[in-house]
Design a protein around this ligand. Structure first.
Ligand SMILES: NC(=O)c1ccc[n+]([C@@H]2O[C@H](COP(=O)([O-])OP(=O)(O)OC[C@H]3O[C@@H](n4cnc5c(N)ncnc54)[C@H](OP(=O)(O)O)[C@@H]3O)[C@@H](O)[C@H]2O)c1
Length: 248
């Protein structure tokens, strides 16, 4: 029996990248999965179809997590479709890098709305359905300890996610709901491709400093998410799991 058999999970931003890998890994361990996306319907449908083809259960649901009504309807759809909710992975995120001189209000609002407000709104919608044994997993980033130059807004958002993870672990612990974060190093995804990170000098610099000597792949993160969602992690809450091949 899979490690997540009988559980229902919502994975935000699962049309591609890390979220898609987590959705597939959850389904392979027996969870029914809601594959959320904002605009990439084809990507989300393909992830849900691949899960179905492998004998799993999944449905693709559009919702902008930074909008309260959409975050709520995402969670309501999950409960309506699969009857319960056990795991929420707050993975949706956007990133862009620029020196402080080039920071704009628009960049600030886009990144904070998606990466921070989205986590708050989706978790708020989910908590009424998560019972004892429920698990929230926030995809933060290793940038919160690496503090790379030209990432003031993005690192600011993920610093907030780390803090929110700790607060909600304390707040929801008495209800036996666990809240943990995964802090990946550079992971090759559609997002890092379009941000110009994949293949860049920045990436080779990161690899040179990484003890395991490569960049991450989405599946490297998905395995950690399966662990945190499973009962194997029943005694972990408020943790930040750095998944970076040893890069510190
Ligand atoms: N890749 C890395 O190196 C890395 C490292 C550390 C942390 N992370 C974090 O890991 C997460 C995933 O990153 P990734 O590289 O896999 O990104 P990605 O390939 O760009 O995928 C981002 C996902 O987020 C979704 N999304 C964006 N805005 C959304 C919104 N407002 N509402 C709902 N969904 C939204 C996208 O959906 P659509 O396609 O439909 O827009 C997509 O599914 C992010 O939180 C990121 O900060 C990534």
């Amino acid at each position: 029996m899979g490690k997540l058999a009988g559980k229902v999970a919502v994975v935000t931003g699962a049309s591609k990248g890390i979220g898609a890998a987590i959705a597939k890994a959850f389904a392979a361990e027996g969870a029914a999965v809601v594959v959320n996306y904002a605009s990439s319907k084809a990507g989300a449908d393909a992830v849900a179809a691949a899960i179905g083809k492998s004998g799993g259960k999944a449905v693709a649901v559009r919702a902008d997590v930074s909008k309260a009504d959409q975050a709520k309807s995402l969670i309501d759809t999950a409960v309506k479709t699969f009857g319960r909710l056990d795991v929420l992975v707050n993975n949706s995120g956007v990133y862009a890098f620029s020196p402080i001189e080039a920071v704009t209000e628009d960049q600030y609002r886009k990144m904070f709305d998606t990466n921070v407000l989205g986590v708050l709104l989706t978790t708020q919608a989910a908590v009424e359905h998560l019972g004892a044994g429920g698990s929230v997993i926030n995809i933060s980033s290793a940038v919160t300890s690496l503090l790379p130059p030209q990432s003031a807004i993005y690192t600011g958002t993920k610093g907030a996610v780390d803090a929110i993870t700790g607060v909600l672990a304390a707040e929801l612990g008495p209800r036996k709901i666990r809240v943990n974060a995964i802090n990946p190093g550079v992971v090759e995804t559609e997002g890092t491709q379009s941000a110009g990170i994949t293949g860049s000098e920045f990436e080779s610099g990161i690899v040179a400093q990484t003890p395991l000597g490569r960049t991450g792949q989405p599946d490297d993160i998905a395995g950690v998410a399966v662990f945190l969602a499973s009962d194997d992690a029943r005694w972990l809450t408020g943790e930040k799991v750095t998944a970076s091949g040893g890069l510190r």
